[in-house]
Ligand binder design. Sequence first.
Ligand SMILES: C[S@@+](CC[C@H](N)C(=O)[O-])C[C@H]1O[C@@H](n2cnc3c(N)ncnc32)[C@H](O)[C@@H]1O
Length: 271
Amino acid sequence: MSNPELELAPEIDYFYSQVVDESARLSMSADGRLELLRTQEILRRFLPAAPARILDVGGGPGVHARWLVADGYDVDLVDPVARHVSQAAEICPASVGDARALAAGDASYDVVQLLGPLYHLPDRAERLQALTEAVRVARPGGLVAAAAINRYASIFEHSALAQLQKPRLESSVSEILRTAVYDGHRGFTLSYFHRGEELAEEMRSVGLTDVAVFGVEGPAWSMLKAVEHSSGLTPNDDLFASVLTAARMAEPYPELLAASSHLLAVGKAPA
Ligand SMILES: C[S@@+](CC[C@H](N)C(=O)[O-])C[C@H]1O[C@@H](n2cnc3c(N)ncnc32)[C@H](O)[C@@H]1O
């Protein structure tokens, strides 16, 4: 990348190249499958009819690109991690790029989605830069969708994993609740966790209109984690269906956004 201020933090490249296989994240656990299913059903409500041009920014190995291509969309993917770009290239045109400085031309896509970059940008100015870029490359009236990790996800996750009573975890989760920032010392990278109203405000502040924020997994996702963790077994279909129903039922109640693991915001690029 030519602008040194936009270099990818080395720990992000290391995390996705060496520590985890992002291509399996949304299929290997029940809460991952719930995240995928709910992201699909929410996005499909707002996507224009296929074929339309979609830019998947921070699209990783292309898990979302895969179903969007199957739905008939013309998808291009950019991601700063070379491993992801080579995995995604099996699915759609993919190139190395950064959400803060997109190579795409103005108004060149019907849809721009950022389902990952925002939580990797702890600095608000950089998140707004990424959203401003999304608005620039979206056509007037086009859809911009952005995912965030919920500020409160870690308290649900670590209590479900029966870990919150451990002083190290209690202190780490308290710090996230207090500051919205995870320092990246273990298990994930330096990252930023949003409140629902804050994600909506960031979307509006770059000119997006008709902004709506959804709780992706809803209020009961951590029960899936608790069952998987305590039994080592896949949660049964009834529990999965019940948790999924809870996510759908919670949608009209903004106060329940606080209990979801991920947030998904949609907005319209200005005309
Ligand atoms: C958890 S993965 C999500 C991948 C995929 N979008 C999904 O939802 O399954 C987060 C992605 O954001 C990418 N990312 C991190 N920083 C970024 C940046 N500055 N610009 C664009 N993508 C970035 C990572 O490389 C990674 O692929």
